[in-house]
Design a protein. Structure first.
Length: 494
């Protein structure tokens, strides 16, 4: 069984999804989702241990090798790191979903919700484990289509519009990606990433290759919501059910960043991507604009979910900034922040889900005095907020420290200053929430009968809050995983 872990990583949630749809009972479907998400987490942990002890895993589906036209699943150190991110968040969100989904999704649709959730999980995991470019596109569409459905299940009528907007933008991105993949296949006759890495350097003078590179880069950047291709994200995060927002915000954009790294380092090679195509020249200013402008927009939001959505766009900017530096320190910062931001933003959105459960609102004006009535919920939000700012002894501090080091190593001290400045901007919008819930008097009109969230919501929320602090105090595991992934990528790139 251990030899088949790569394919089991995808098949467990993929087979559980139709089972959830068939049972037609929300609680039974939830039980299936919890069991399969925790099984996926266990499989990811086993793969993590195997890869870090014996090296990358290669799995040929059906016994057909890549050289014979078969599909290969290949998992290296970067893949194991991202698998751990996705499965950890999935394993925490599914227990949380019982109470949250029960309140925010119609009872008749709850079984279908869990089916779509597991399809999204399977799609994201498939993107990470596959070594085949066309499979990346297939799994990307599985995760995207199920995400559109999950967002549309929000009770607010604007959720349907947000889902449709995401569908349109996501389809444009998918079209760009499949065109780029088609161009690579026409020029090389292969879809396997390892084969492409060997064949493409011989074709670097061919004009089709940079065109394919551009199509793939733009398509993936749209999927990960890099400025200015980000317009779908704020509404999608704001109007989706709370469990969906927590899951997608913590995983979907992170997996898209993983795809970007695969393209830049494994498929095209770092020399071609950063030296010949001068990728850093384009990514650096876009990431800086995203960090500053999205942090500024977040300050003026009255809806806290929308505030955190714009904050997520700024955090994506931090990750892309580290990639654009084209250095081991910058890459370590990016991969670290990929994990840390997943934990932090998952905690924050789940805390807001607790607020939504009691108030049916996350408008700032409706949260006055909530710190006294929901102390555990707002305590978790405060921990996540500290992590988002980058306060010492939180996970966010570790990745921002590496990012500042990476900028200074390159002599880009204005970039380091901007990172510090935008961290202070995060203080402003997090403080708005803190001031409202702890230092404003409750008018008694909205939350007069409000009480603490159910334990079923608090335990998963505080699990991520504790991890946020733990990985800020002892970052041995995360820095080991990130540095191993960077060493592997830089080795491939060279």
């Amino acid at each position: 069984m251990m030899a088949h872990l790569p394919v089991m990583q995808v098949m467990v949630p993929l087979l559980a999804a139709p089972l959830c749809a068939l049972v037609r009972n929300g609680r039974v479907a939830w039980g299936i989702a919890v069991a399969s998400s925790w099984a996926a987490f266990w499989i990811a942990w086993e793969i993590f241990q195997v890869v870090h002890s014996t090296g990358a895993i290669s799995y040929s589906l059906g016994g057909w090798s890549a050289s014979e036209g078969g599909i290969e699943y290949r998992i290296d150190t970067l893949g194991t790191f991202v698998l751990m991110v996705v499965t950890l968040v999935g394993a925490v969100v599914t227990p949380y979903a019982l109470e949250s989904v029960g309140k925010e999704v119609d009872k008749s649709k709850q079984a279908l919700f869990y089916a779509a959730f597991l399809l999204c999980l399977a799609g994201l995991l498939g993107i990470v484990v596959t070594g085949d470019m066309f499979n990346v596109f297939v799994f990307l569409e599985i995760s995207s289509l199920s995400a559109y459905a999950l967002i549309a299940l929000g009770k607010d009528r604007r959720a349907l519009r947000a889902s449709y907007q995401y569908l349109i933008m996501g389809s444009v991105g998918a079209t760009f990606i499949v065109i780029g993949i088609g161009m690579l296949y026409v020029m090389t006759g292969s879809l396997n990433m390892a084969n492409l890495a060997i064949l493409l350097p011989e074709l670097s003078s061919n004009r089709t290759i940079p065109v394919a590179f551009a199509f793939l880069t733009v398509g993936v950047c749209l999927k990960l919501a890099l400025f200015p291709l980000h317009m779908w994200l704020p509404n999608a995060y704001t109007f989706a059910p709370s469990a969906v927002t927590a899951f997608i915000a913590s995983t979907a954009t992170k997996v898209a960043i993983y795809v970007l790294l695969r393209l830049f380092y494994t498929v095209f090679g770092s020399d071609y991507s950063f030296l010949e195509m001068q990728l850093g020249t384009y990514l650096l200013p876009l990431s800086l604009i995203a960090i500053f402008s999205m942090s500024l927009v977040a300050i003026f939001q009255a809806n806290v979910k929308r505030m955190l959505a714009y904050s997520s766009l700024a955090q994506i900017g931090y990750i892309i900034l580290g990639i654009s530096l084209f250095s081991s320190t910058g890459m370590t910062a990016s991969i670290l922040h990929l994990f840390n931001h997943a934990v932090i933003k998952g905690c924050l959105f789940m805390a807001l889900g607790c607020v939504m459960y009691r108030l049916n609102s996350v408008e700032l004006d409706d949260m006055m005095g909530l710190g006294k009535k929901m102390p555990l919920t707002m305590g978790a939000f405060l921990v996540g907020g500290f992590g988002l700012i980058g306060v010492p002894f939180t996970a966010g501090f570790i990745s921002k420290w590496y990012l500042i080091q990476g900028a200074l190593e390159k002599g880009l001290w204005p970039v380091a200053v901007l990172v510090l400045l935008t961290s202070l901007m995060a203080v402003v919008y997090i403080w708005k929430v803190v001031e409202t819930v702890y230092f404003s008097e409750d008018p008694g009109s909205v939350n007069s009968d409000c009480s603490e969230a159910p334990i079923g919501l608090l335990i998963p929320t505080w699990t991520l809050a504790i991890l946020c602090v733990y990985f800020g105090i002892d970052a041995t595991l995360t820095t080991f995983g990130a540095s191993s992934a960077v060493a592997n990528l830089m080795g491939i790139g060279s």
